[in-house]
Design a protein. Sequence first.
Length: 275
Amino acid sequence: MQIPSAILTLVLGMALVLGGLWIGQTINLLPIDASINAPIYDELFKVLFTIGTILFVGITGLLIFSLIRFRRRSDQIGDGVAIEGNLPLEIFWTAVPAIVVLFVGLYSYDIYDRMGGMVPLAHDHMGGMQEERIWGGISSGSVGSEMVPDVLPIEVTAMQFAFLFHYPDGDITAGELHVPADRPITLRMESKDVIHAFWVPEFRLKQDIIPGQPTQLSFTATRPGRYPIVCAELCGPYHGGMRSTVVVDEADEWQTWFSSNAKPTPTTDATVANT
């Protein structure tokens, strides 16, 4: 008994889709996730990985099948049969890619917007008034009846070939980025020479740093540890060595680091002198 080709095609198609879904949801090729943005990005990656797996396995399998099934026999000396004009097949292979591309485009836009990518020159979820208060020297507490988020502001300077991190509250300048876990961080970044890119793979965040155009990046780290900071924009002959580290500490450990490195304020010095 011969299985009808339509039923066989349907069964193989279902097996291909289910297999692609299993691979896309089971196999993880990404580094560890260490920020609140990472799971959002990972959703998109799993969808793209699933679609890519289905297309790769399906096209490769069809190609191998065609090479074997329709290979030239030793007794064949003429040309093959000219077949053309299969309208349903042409509609199918035009409609399916169009639907896939449209879905991926809309879903990618939604993920990009949820991560704050539609804010010009920034990945930021804060309003302008909150930003002014934060960078005006108030990082937590309340103003009037409005609560200001406990956001830690950090200034990032990129140059050939290093990143420098400045903490305005404690007047700390460091070659490593130290942040507390589970606290919102806002980086205000500027370049002193050429275009650089601030990239932390474990945070799933990447932001260009453009000369003359201060950019901003907001994130919240969730997993204590040490993670590489990589310049992802070709910035000169030693671009490959432009790396640093972001150190994510528990809140009390970060406070200890901050207190031990912060410079005394003028008010503190005056009080000591009077004493």
